[in-house]
Design a protein around this ligand. Structure first.
Ligand code: RET
Length: 241
């Protein structure tokens, strides 16, 4: 059954990538970078899902009490690359002059990378104490990332056009809710308490990944009003300076 869920993930990411590329070809020039970033996100996830569907990208670990579990590390390489890109989409939507907020953007992305790397360490570790410590650091980094999104970025987005502010609110809300599920699945799944089986874990991660990437991408890239406001805003800004 795991292979079925992983195959659905692979096909879903492939379809999302093709759709975003086709939509990008018809998009106004000034907003194309959103299509490039978002299609790259689903393309990377497609590769990761393809790797996992073909039985690669996981390792069998033996825990201290002699039990074994299969750890899918390929998804962490996907997340390491794609979660910063998702945050970049949000930042570019919210900030009028992203170049002037380089500190904020790199802070958010730096915390996000810390989150994924410590999560990878927790997943790979067979030492319970180290797992707990790394899990807590990863979760703290997640809280910090989401906090910055709903404070600093949300505040910045309020200063943009109503259409941009509305799309940002929706996407930020979606991000907070979906991202909060990941540590819960980790905790309940094979890396944590093992309360749910590996097949269920693979299924839930697949649904979350599709919503957080393809769902997020569709919401962003079909918001024509917001995207055209952004191009207009950009042209105005360059005229003033
Ligand atoms: C881990 C490890 C345990 C602690 C935390 C985690 C958070 C993961 C997140 C992943 C988001 C992935 C997305 C993928 C999109 O397709 C690494 C599970 C906090 C938030 C959005």
């Amino acid at each position: 059954m795991s292979t079925v869920w992983l195959s659905i993930g692979t096909v879903g990411m492939a379809l999302g990538t093709v759709a975003f590329i086709l939509m990008g070809l018809r998009a106004p020039q000034g907003s194309r970078y959103f299509f490039v970033i978002t299609a790259s996100i689903t393309l990377i996830a497609f590769i990761s899902y393809l790797v996992m569907t073909t039985g690669q990208g996981s390792t069998i670990l033996t825990t201290a009490d002699g039990e074994t579990r299969e750890f899918y590390w390929a998804r962490y390489i996907d997340w390491l690359l794609t979660t910063p890109l998702l945050l970049l989409d949000l930042a570019l939507l919210a900030l009028i002059r992203p170049g002037q907020s380089a500190g904020l953007i790199s802070g958010i992305i730096g915390l996000d990378v810390l989150m994924i790397l410590t999560g990878l360490g927790a997943g790979f570790s067979t030492n319970a104490f180290l797992q707990v410590v790394l899990f807590l650091i990863s979760t703290a980094a997640l809280v910090a990332v989401l906090y910055l999104v709903v404070t600093r970025l949300l505040q910045a987005a309020r200063g943009r056009s109503p259409a941009v502010a509305r799309v940002f609110n929706t996407l930020a809300g979606l991000t907070v809710v979906l991202w909060a599920f990941y540590p819960v699945v980790f905790l309940l799944g094979s890396e944590g308490f093992g309360a749910v089986g590996i097949t269920t874990e693979i299924f839930v991660f697949m649904v979350l990944d599709l919503l957080a990437k393809v769902g997020f991408g569709f919401l962003l890239l079909t918001s024509r009003d917001a995207l055209s406001d952004l191009t207009g805003g950009k042209m105005q800004a360059s005229r003033v300076s």
